[in-house]
Ligand binder design. Structure first.
Ligand code: ADP
Ligand code: ZN
Ligand code: ZN
Length: 719
């Protein structure tokens, strides 16, 4: 049998079937060298190897076999992302000891052996056990009910009066209450929900963009589709961009269907994950909420995948196996005949184009629920503000904050920069502190009292003297991060309760959950946050959003800069005025006339997208063209450069299919963790099936062992 393992040795390995035989899709354990590896039977034998020489499969794992749709998904995903199939398989079984038996417990029952002597305590145990429902109880239950000590039970066991056995606990299927009445939907919401349900009922593949501003009821609408899918007995996967958002969502599901969904993300404990994996495979976990890795779970019958906030960049996994969870979800759904719902207030341009062209269906919720209108938007022209040095909150913004404080409403100051100050510079010689291993500046963090490199994570104590000119006390900090902005806010509004929401300040998901609860409950007056706040939290008393630097992101040479800025600012703006109270959004900018800023102000999304789409079409960049980024890295600069050059010289396979090749160019951040990095960029038309050509090209010219090659199909970042 050809077995796929997680070990990258060619692809499939041949083994003889064990006694009792195996079927395609069976999970097995196979000997490999001195170790044992988990594998899955992928096909009949690979080659004509001497039957007598191949080793037998060690054992079959007692779990439901991998379904053909997951097998096909792994193959296609591997092909598309140019990832070895072995690595893709690894993503489906990254669970330590997944083959261990599921939860079990030890239970005691009476035998027919009479006790050698009867004490009152022993008698109580025997009476208790003989009255037990199915004749058996756990030690804990016995000790509690019979009020005896553990030694009594041990004595009875030793003399054979009671016997102990291990019982595998049956996994009870999660039971959702689908009969509960939901919220009364508005007409618009009802239409959207109805169409989504029809999509689910058709049991065929389709993608629907569910577009609507924050608070328009997208979640309410797709929960109806969730209900419909559960009703049909099929499974649902809901992907959220941020683990921190799960708690709010879990509460809503619990409220709507009477129990919590199963969770799958990095903060879930291993034993729990093991349960979820098994239950998903058996079909007894009909609703899973997770991070992008949950796409690789062995669903028995997946009917619906929801990608909440589909434009969110965190769906792009850019380390290890590089893939975009949204795109992969659509792949998976197309194989298992499922409906995909993409939700967003500000869809990615790719999705917008697909909706426009009719490839995706579109449902639009135009109004916010209830009385909450869209917030008013305005710019504050920073060219007219004369701010004292090292302050960033304009007077216009400060006075609006004061108004909010006076009536106990909340304000949010948004700055997408972690830490205290992005630059440490010497006043004497102008030297800027940088990471010794990367071409990146060190960011001052107060919380940890360190200088931190945001590229590699290394940190160091702030130096007392300038490392360049040795001047004492000459280092000074330039620019704001959220910590510094919070400090300014504390000085300006001494009576306000201020909370920072930034990844550095969050010790755990529990901690973040607490923060969010506190803010939602209204005990915080002023939130200072990074993009962490841009994602779907619901803060009913928040009525003012101040964007400290709306121009960040507009400078980048990235073709997606305008799109990203537009989305981020619109998302943050969506935090304001979600409930009864009207909201106001103020953008501090040095370029109020910039088309992106104007588009944000006008709230005219369609014009923004249409303009942006036209520009990309002319330039032939995604979604109209296709990019593949290749990063080559190694310690020896010359060796990396030489290899890059030789790759280009031998690039006939990609050129012959009509793709263009750019580079080698030093990466924008040339050194990371001491590794020199060069980049090649392959650019082709969308219709090109570029992957095969790339595979031929790269396999003909494998890198020396000192050089690492990372291929990123549809790259989002060009660093
Ligand atoms: P979105 O997902 O678009 O941000 P939600 O579905 O979270 O919107 O809705 C925002 C808030 O409005 C939620 O608290 C939700 O319960 C409430 N809501 C939405 N639609 C209705 C409705 N028809 N009736 C009552 N409350 C609603
Ligand atoms: Zn100096
Ligand atoms: Zn670094």
């Amino acid at each position: 049998m050809a077995v796929l393992t997680r070990v990258r040795l060619g692809q499939l390995l041949d083994y003889a079937a064990p006694p009792g035989g195996v079927q395609t899709g069976d999970y097995v354990v196979v000997p490999l060298g001195r170790r044992h590896e988990i594998g899955v039977v992928w096909a009949d034998a690979v080659g004509d190897i001497d039957e007598n020489r191949i080793k037998p499969i060690a054992s079959r794992i007692a779990v439901p076999p991998m379904r053909p749709d997951l097998m096909m998904f792994l193959e296609r995903a591997a092909e598309y992302t140019l990832t070895p199939l072995t690595a893709m398989f690894g993503r489906t079984t990254r669970l330590p000891a997944m083959n261990e038996r599921p939860r079990s417990e030890e239970r005691y029952h009476l035998t027919c052996t009479p006790p050698d002597r009867v004490t009152q305590a022993r008698d109580r145990v025997m009476t208790t056990l003989s009255a037990a429902q199915d004749g058996s109880m756990t030690a804990r239950e016995i000790l509690l009910a019979a009020k005896v000590s553990a030694s009594v039970l041990r004595g009875l066991e030793k003399t054979g009066v009671v016997e102990r056995s291990t019982v595998v606990l049956p996994m009870l299927a999660d039971d959702y209450d689908l009969g509960r009445a939901g919220i009364r939907l508005t007409e618009e919401q009802q239409r959207a929900a109805g169409n989504l349900c029809a999509g689910v009922q058709s049991r065929s593949f389709g993608v629907t963009l569910l577009k609507g501003v924050a608070g328009s009821g997208k979640t309410e609408a797709y929960l109806e589709a969730v209900r419909e899918t559960l009703q049909l007995g099929r499974q649902v996967l809901v992907l959220l961009p941020e683990i921190a958002l799960t708690s709010q969502f879990v509460d809503r599901v619990t409220h709507r269907f009477g129990r919590a969904p199963r969770l799958w993300h990095s903060a879930v404990s291993t034993p729990l994950k093991r349960d979820v994996w098994h239950m998903v495979a058996e079909g007894s976990a009909p609703l899973v909420v997770g991070a992008r890795s949950s796409l690789f779970l062995p669903f028995r019958d997946l009917g619906l995948i929801v990608i909440d906030e589909e434009h969110d960049d965190s769906y792009k996994q850019d380390e290890g196996t590089i893939y975009h969870a949204r795109d992969m979800a659509i792949y998976r759904a197309s194989i298992s005949n499922s409906l995909v719902i993409l939700t967003s207030a500000t869809p990615s341009l790719e999705t917008w184009v697909n909706a426009r062209s009719g490839k995706y269906r579109e449902e639009v919720l135009t109004s916010r629920f209830g009385s909450a209108g869209m917030p008013d938007m305005d710019t504050i022209d920073m060219r007219g503000e004369e701010l004292p040095s090292s302050t960033w909150i304009s007077e216009a913004l400060a006075s609006e904050i004061r108004n909010r404080l006076a009536c106990r409403e909340q304000s949010l100051l948004f700055l997408n920069r972690r830490g205290y100050a992005p630059v440490s510079v010497c006043r004497e010689c102008g030297h800027q502190l940088g990471c010794p291993d990367c071409d990146a500046r060190l960011v001052r963090h107060l919380l940890r009292d360190r200088l931190v490199c945001h590229q590699c994570g290394e940190s160091m104590a702030p130096p007392a003297i300038c490392p360049e000119c040795e001047a004492e006390g000459s280092m000074t900090l330039l620019g704001p991060g959220v910590e510094r902005l919070a400090e300014e806010a504390r000085n300006t509004f001494p009576d306000a309760t201020i909370e920072i929401l930034s990844s550095d300040h969050i010790r755990s998901t529990e901690h973040l959950r607490e923060s969010i609860r506190r803010i939602a409950a209204g005990t915080v007056d002023l939130i200072v946050g990074t993009q962490l706040v841009a994602k779907g939290h619901n803060f009913p008393r928040l009525t003012l959003v101040g964007v400290i630097d709306a121009d960040i992101g507009l400078q980048g040479g990235d073709y997606r800069a305008a799109e990203k800025t537009f989305q981020l600012v619109r998302q943050v703006a969506g935090r304001a005025g979600r409930d009864e109270l009207p909201g106001l959004v103020l953008l501090q900018t040095w370029r109020p006339e910039h088309p992106v800023i104007q588009a944000i102000l006008d709230g005219d999304d369609e014009t923004f997208w249409a303009t942006e789409a036209r520009e990309r079409e002319i330039a032939g960049v995604p979604p109209y063209g296709q990019y593949v980024g290749i990063t080559l890295s190694g310690r020896d600069v010359d060796a990396v450069h030489d290899y890059a050059t030789s790759l280009v010289m031998h690039s006939e396979p990609v050129r012959s299919v009509g793709a263009l090749l750019y580079g080698p160019a030093p990466a924008a951040i040339f050194r990371v963790r001491g590794m020199a990095r060069y980049r090649l960029l392959v650019h082709g038309e969308r219709s090109l099936r570029i992957q095969r050509a790339l595979r031929v090209w790269l396999s003909r010219h494998p890198p020396p062992s000192t050089i690492k090659v990372v291929v990123d199909v549809d790259p989002h970042r060009f660093l």
